[in-house]
Write a protein that binds this ligand. Structure first.
Ligand code: DOR
Ligand code: ZN
Length: 351
């Protein structure tokens, strides 16, 4: 931060983003396009984006929702199922815009029912994926209902991820949206080719935020917010500047009616203020000088993509987040709706 309370960054990327489809897609894409040069789009539509052909068609629909003149590049991930043919790995690589496959353990989260029921079912595909150099993006939670919801990430590391990383010793793996000290320790101590994304909510909030003054459905996501000790471990790792950690918002829009319900959906929408929220988190941890590398260097470098040109200037000026945004026929409640955010985007320079 300079003396006038401003930070200028190379244009950043969001390496974990849900934009849905149809009217919802049109409602949310402009928020990301105003902040990020590229985003890795998650494939958990209904039905899921399973093939290269489906991903290319979805990518065209996303591009059609980008406001004219905004240079925003969607990068894609394919939804892995027990039936994904091994040859899909080469097709994906040849597309030039697919960065990898997303592993959702079946039942772990929103729209994951078509996911992988047993990791052994996809060994053939993983073998080929490793050869292509594409990545496996992992939702890292076990699904056994007997495992405490706060322990599901740590259990996944021990029972699935660590053995997988060893068995496929050259497979590039992104452990998505890490939330625990155990995940930090695993990623920082892992072999080469393993990285993780970190969301703004897991840097800014702990599980108390789920119950602050009453039950707070708009703070519910999966993996769920964890303890303060876990949040501190994430902050310490990010502050340490490891190139294995990079920006992935997991912004996950759901209509207000689907969140404020007796059985509300998991997902926090943050695209309306994503970079601003990270700026707050980095300022709070005394690490604003680390924000650029986290947001604009580490992810691109991990995926072997060129770093973006252009700049984004953030200023320390508070603004009021609207109480809601239009979302097709419904409403969308963003993180901090009706409250303030301490940072604002002052300018985006595209080249
Ligand atoms: O909270 C979440 N929402 N976690 C996920 O893994 C999926 C996402 C969604 O698609 O809504
Ligand atoms: Zn996600």
């Amino acid at each position: 931060m300079n003396a006038s309370g401003a930070v200028t960054l190379r244009r950043p990327d969001d390496f974990h983003l849900h934009v849905r489809d149809g009217e919802a897609l049109a409602a949310v894409v402009p928020f990301s396009a105003a902040r990020f040069a590229r985003a890795l789009i998650m494939p958990n539509l209904r039905p899921p984006v399973r093939t290269t052909a489906e991903a290319l068609a979805y990518r065209q629909r996303i591009l059609a929702a980008v406001p004219a003149g905004a240079p925003f590049t969607p990068l894609m991930s394919l939804y892995l199922t027990d039936q994904t043919p091994a040859e899909e790995a080469e097709r994906a690589r040849e597309s030039g815009c697919i960065l990898g496959f997303k592993l959702y353990p079946a039942g772990a989260t929103t729209h994951s029912d078509a996911g992988v029921t047993d990791i052994r079912a996809v060994y053939g595909l993983l073998e080929r994926l490793q050869e292509t150099g594409l990545a496996l993006q992992v939702h890292g939670e076990v699904t056994d209902p007997r495992v405490d919801v706060f322990d599901r990430e740590a259990r996944f590391i021990d029972t699935v991820l660590a053995p997988l990383a060893e068995r496929f010793a050259r497979l590039r793996i992104v452990f998505e949206h890490i939330t625990t000290r155990a995940a930090v320790e695993f990623v920082l101590g892992a072999r080469e080719g393993i990285a993780a994304t970190v969301t703004p909510q897991h840097l800014l909030m702990n599980r108390n935020a789920l119950f602050a003054g009453g039950i707070r459905p708009h703070h519910y996501c999966l993996p769920v917010l964890k303890s303060e000790a876990d949040r501190e471990a994430l902050c310490a790792a990010v502050r340490g500047g490891s190139p294995r950690l990079f920006l992935g918002t997991d912004s996950a829009p759901h209509a207000r009616s689907a969140k404020e319900s007796a059985c509300g959906c998991a997902g926090i929408f943050s695209a309306h203020a994503a970079l601003e929220l990270y700026a707050e988190a980095f300022e709070a941890m005394g690490a604003l000088d680390r924000l650029e590398a986290f947001a604009a260097h580490h992810g691109a470098d991990f995926y072997g993509l060129p770093r973006n040109g252009g700049r984004v200037r953030l200023v320390k000026t508070a603004w009021d987040v609207p109480p809601s945004y239009p979302f097709g026929a419904g409403e969308l409640i963003g993180l901090r709706a009706g409250e303030r955010i301490g940072w604002r985007i002052a300018a985006v320079e595209e080249t």
